[in-house]
Design a protein around this ligand. Structure first.
Ligand SMILES: [Fe+2]
Length: 306
């Protein structure tokens, strides 16, 4: 894994934009670039390919816009020609669909872009008017660590902030957006979500992150932004490229249909992620009424086992 890159932001920078996992979703990435074009400092948190079609299109958009990128597990795997994406899935069904996506993306990513993926830094530290932020992919410790809101204590976050001596940490790998601010100005954790697929909330919208640090403020503050975009061209390209129907279904339905058995019980419930940001008491959540991830598609894993 590559080293950490340090970037010093200019004193007059008052906000930065963060793109979580693009997953080859080229129309979402284009919409993000349009929505944030007024911001000079924009970053990508990794996993540029995977899930979606025609990976070079998305890489070219991101490279063309000059985003500074963290190397996600997917970028590392594609860049170095590894056997699988290194996503960290355990369930056989999750692993099956992850492999379908990975084999396609590996085959369709150009050698020149693979070389670019290889040289990306594992993490980026932003020095910003006396504060510092860590941009990582999974967790500060591990590129493919799933850091779930329902399973992560304030003490864990405070420990990471203390160890890394930063005011905030921004990540994307687990794919669902959430923010936790540590009490008494202790800093924040910010999963900026992903651009590549909806946030398991029965809506086609996706999310990106903004961190505001206006002049006169004492600390940077994270903010989640919803992004409406047109998934139809990506869905059409998925079909043309022969990617599974369940991938298209996820994009158009707004619910995770693959690689969702990794979700803890709380996150497995589809819900409005902006509304969820305002609710921090997980014990107060309703019982699981509708925790469906998978639509009634054939299960190739169990089918193969039977
Ligand atoms: Fe990842």
């Amino acid at each position: 894994m590559n080293s950490r890159l340090t970037i010093t932001l200019p004193d007059d920078c008052e906000a930065i934009a963060l793109a979580g996992g693009p997953y080859s979703n080229f129309t979402a990435v284009a919409a993000f670039l349009r929505a944030t074009e007024q911001l000079e400092h924009r970053f990508c948190l990794g996993d540029i390919g995977g899930f979606g079609p025609l990976p070079d299109r998305t890489i070219e958009l991101i490279r063309g816009a000059g985003l500074a990128c963290v190397q996600g597990n997917y970028d590392h795997a594609i860049g170095y020609g590894e056997d699988d994406c290194g996503c960290g899935y355990i369930d056989p069904m999750d692993r099956h669909y992850a492999q379908v996506s990975y084999d396609y993306t590996d085959q369709k990513t150009s050698a020149e872009h693979k070389a670019w993926l290889r040289q990306l830094p594992a993490q980026i530290v932003l020095l910003w008017r006396g504060q510092s932020l860590l941009l990582c992919h999974g967790s500060p410790d591990q590129v493919n660590e799933f850091v779930w809101e329902s399973e992560t204590t304030d003490a864990t976050i405070a420990g990471w902030l203390r160890q890394r001596r930063v005011s905030g940490m921004c990540a994307t790998h687990s794919g669902l957006p959430w923010i936790r601010t540590v009490a008494n100005g202790g800093g924040f954790w910010f999963n900026a979500g992903v651009l590549g697929r909806p946030a398991h909330e029965d809506s086609t919208r996706v999310f990106y992150g903004i961190v505001d640090f206006p002049r006169g403020a004492s600390v940077p503050v994270p903010r989640l932004v919803e992004l409406a975009y047109d998934p139809a061209p990506v869905a059409e390209a998925m079909r043309t490229e022969g990617l599974p129907d369940v991938f298209v279904e996820s994009l158009l339905r707004g619910r995770w249909t693959t690689c969702c058995n990794i979700l803890p019980a709380v996150e497995r419930i589809p819900r409005d992620r902006l509304a969820a940001l305002r609710q921090t008491d997980f014990h107060g959540l309703p019982e699981q009424e509708n925790d469906e991830c998978l639509p009634p598609y054939p299960d190739p894993v169990r089918g193969a086992l039977n």
